[in-house]
Design a protein around this ligand. Sequence first.
Ligand SMILES: [Zn+2]
Ligand SMILES: [Zn+2]
Length: 250
Amino acid sequence: MRLTVLGCAGSFPGPEAPCSAYLVEADGFRLLVDFGPGSMSTLQRFSGLYNVDAILLTHLHCDHMLDACSYIVARRYAPSGPLPPLPVYAPVAAPERISAAYGGENEPMAISDVYTFYALQPGSFPIGPLHVTVDRVNHPIETYGVRIEHEGRVITYSADTAACDQLIRLAQGADLFLCEASYLDGADNPPDLHLTGREAAEHATKAEVGRLLLTHLVPAWGSEALTLEAAQAAFEGPIDIVRPGARYDI
Ligand SMILES: [Zn+2]
Ligand SMILES: [Zn+2]
């Protein structure tokens, strides 16, 4: 499998990174996981405008899904003609939310010509050649952490979450653990929302992952150096803070 980071800024776009979006590829199949603001730009730069076979949205906060609205235009009005509907795995409210955000003046517009939606619920299912497991994590709205397996290799993505056992289970033995680290230790952080670098690393240690990839830092408010230092104190394996364009082959 290959993971390509398209966007990784937490909560709102940063000066050098769009919001969350990650491309997972195996056997020529391309799953886009989250589609945050600005990531349609880096999709074109690091993959290709139409190089997507399915989309999975972990939750419907705007920093994880808004470019799914922009993408409607790109697919519906493609110069070669409209593209076939793309499968979108997302919380049950996704069709209404995306069409409302895209929509017409007085009512949401139909988008079933562009997307075919499948409502997420905890469990396992195939997406192309990928074996995907999702479970609810600790965030104020319906949010799914994701475990993606292919030929014995595993990538786990935390989505947005505070500490929870579901995340440890999803990440158990993962080769790559892409985990949010929005907060700094010591700050007056609200509960049940996000993780710090230390907490991300503690989940990585408990799940015995191979490599920890920290994401969803908030550039305007955070500190990469402090986040990394806190994580290194709680996980002995390799740790990266991800950047747009970074690729990881496992
Ligand atoms: Zn977020
Ligand atoms: Zn969120």
